[in-house]
Design a protein around this ligand. Sequence first.
Ligand code: SAM
Length: 311
Amino acid sequence: MNEPLIRDLALLPKETSLNIADLSKVVDLVAGKNADGSKRDWVEDNIISIREKVKGSKHSTIYYPASGRDLIRPLFAFDADHLIAVDNDPQLSGETEKQLKEMGISFSSSHSEDLKTSDTTFELGGKKRRITQICKDARYVRLSDLGLEQVDILHIYAPSGADEDITEEDLYLQEKYGRNWRFKNFDEATRVEMKENPYAPKVDPQTGKYKVLGPKVNKSLTQANYQLVNEGGFFIFGEMELSYYDLPRSLLDLMGLENSKITRRHPWTILTTFHPKAEEIDTHAPSLRFSGVVLLKIQASLVLNPAFAGI
Ligand SMILES: C[S@@+](CC[C@H](N)C(=O)[O-])C[C@H]1O[C@@H](n2cnc3c(N)ncnc32)[C@H](O)[C@@H]1O
């Protein structure tokens, strides 16, 4: 096994209460055991920078829709007790257990009857941790269905595939045509069939739109997202600033929010089913390469003015 490439350990901020051996295991998992030093450093910096920010604030529960394989990293970086991760990729079933095995950590797991939900408990960094992994379309999942009103951390990062509303039309086409349903959307024969089929969904005559069955996973500060997070908790929207333009400090204050700088994730760690290899991310998404970024933190329980929503 490689020697852990943790840099000057003496420089690690004590208040992050990071267990070095565990940090090294998580970095191995995220960066890969044979990763070069700079990639490991980046992953390490991301974790350490988040640890520093969460101390003294609320960080017990994380809700992460469209989580992909990003499970142990956020749990450990935010020093959370419970991560609820939702993703509809069936290939991710068993991913929590797989990652823990790779790290050599023992765990115990239970599964729902339909095997779509797993609940795994284990110890990491001297604390008992829990990951609930739900294999479902995130647009149909509500926190309240999971018995929760709010969480401490709402983590939304590149929810590609869940970032559009799902409508009655989408569902109809999905059920009828399977994997290639999206192409049917623009097909004249399909349009005629839907018009003539009395059982096919129809647009609302007033709005001219199909009924929304599941709202998109919104990667911005909507009123609904704002209300999901406890006072003293965090939002992570792609680890980016609240908006693409500078918001005046006073506006953030009014919203009870504070930007907090962290080290952005290494772009190679955001692997998708479309780009399952690190090299592909490198080729296809060079725009993901940023380093210094921000995290948002609620400072006060001010109700978000609807006028601010969605910025
Ligand atoms: C670009 S990846 C990002 C993964 C993760 N957030 C990260 O940053 O590493 C997008 C993820 O969204 C998932 N996804 C796509 N459509 C979804 C949906 N409707 N519901 C839940 N997950 C979905 C995909 O399976 C994939 O894991």
